[in-house]
Design a protein. Structure first.
Length: 313
């Protein structure tokens, strides 16, 4: 089985959330808020090359994929000596429903000893992997550092599904509890996170193709994110954009690319001013290089924002 490997260079704001299935809006909302998620596979480490040295004979039969809230993700394999090697990067393209590409920008070697320092190497390369929930799966990574030293990983799973954990808790139970707590405000959907203790989401979904996702918490944080199923954002996508609410332009301080279809806009306005504009306007538009213009009807936003703020109190 051959998997094409992405050669993208991961920047500070690249795509998030390693996924093995088709991207859906709930997954995008979850990408903004979840704690560390890990999936552990058992199988055979068929090849491990570190700085040009062949470590395959030392490689153990376990692969861990980690996904962090800020967008980082990585594949970690372990040596029999306790050393851990991680290919760290961010999600890239999705060629089909059962395969995924990921850029790689750093190799981390953890010696597994107390007080010992990690060894880190900046690299350029990528990983490709197939759906581990559909039997035997392959994970292939390739990267090169500035000195042209090679790094590579090839891991074949034994066909057993990965053991999934989210910050030490059971994901299925967490998803069930979250689903039970969701509420509707007209055409908007509210989603308390951990009963509101970790904040709340409020989303306006347009035919499951476009969505506006608002996040607020008890610390007065307020974030605006946009989902567009037609986008194919990469680390080369613009870090700025044009945001208009009710026709009025709002300064954009930066853009975080969360997944190929999801971004968070950092707006140069305080929470109250931004919420007021959303509540009183009929439409929001956003566009940037690499992200086609997206329009969201803001009907019902006033009541939705009131409910969002009440959710986090």
């Amino acid at each position: 089985m051959t998997i094409a490997v992405s050669k993208l260079r991961a920047g500070p704001f690249s795509a998030i959330l390693a996924a093995c299935m088709l991207i859906s809006l709930p997954a995008q909302s979850q990408a903004l808020t979840d704690d560390l998620t890990t999936g552990t596979l058992t199988g055979t480490c068929e090849s491990l090359i570190v700085a040009g040295e062949d470590w395959t004979s030392q490689c153990d039969g376990m692969l861990v994929q980690s996904v962090y809230p800020d967008g980082r993700s990585g594949f970690t394999v372990f040596l029999k000596s306790g050393v851990a090697v991680t290919f760290r990067g961010r999600e890239a393209e999705k060629p089909d429903p059962d395969s995924q590409l990921q850029s790689v920008n750093r190799i981390v070697v953890d010696p597994g000893k107390e007080a010992a320092e990690f060894e880190m190497k900046e690299v350029a390369g990528g990983c490709g992997y197939t759906n581990p929930f559909k039997g035997e799966a392959m994970t292939v990574c390739e990267a090169t550092d500035i000195g042209k030293s090679q790094y590579a990983l090839q891991f074949r799973s034994d066909g057993k599904p990965p053991q999934m954990e989210r910050d030490g808790s059971d994901q299925d139970e967490a998803k069930r509890e979250s689903s039970e707590q969701k509420f509707q405000v007209g055409s908007w959907t509210g989603d308390p996170l951990d009963g509101g203790r970790k904040g709340c989401l409020m989303s306006k979904n347009v035919d499951r193709k476009v969505a506006l996702i608002l996040y607020a918490d008890r610390n007065q944080a307020f974030h605006l994110s946009l989902f567009n199923n037609s986008w194919n954002l990469t680390e080369k996508s613009a870090s700025a954009g044009d945001l208009r609410i009710g026709g009025k332009a709002f300064a954009v301080r930066g853009v975080d690319i969360r997944t190929p279809h999801l971004l968070t806009v950092h707006v140069g306005a305080d929470r109250d001013a931004l919420q007021s504009a959303l509540a009183q306007s009929a439409e929001l538009t956003f566009r940037s290089a690499g992200a086609a213009q997206t329009r969201v009807d803001l009907a019902g936003a006033d009541e939705a924002i009131k409910a969002l703020n009440a959710c986090v109190k």
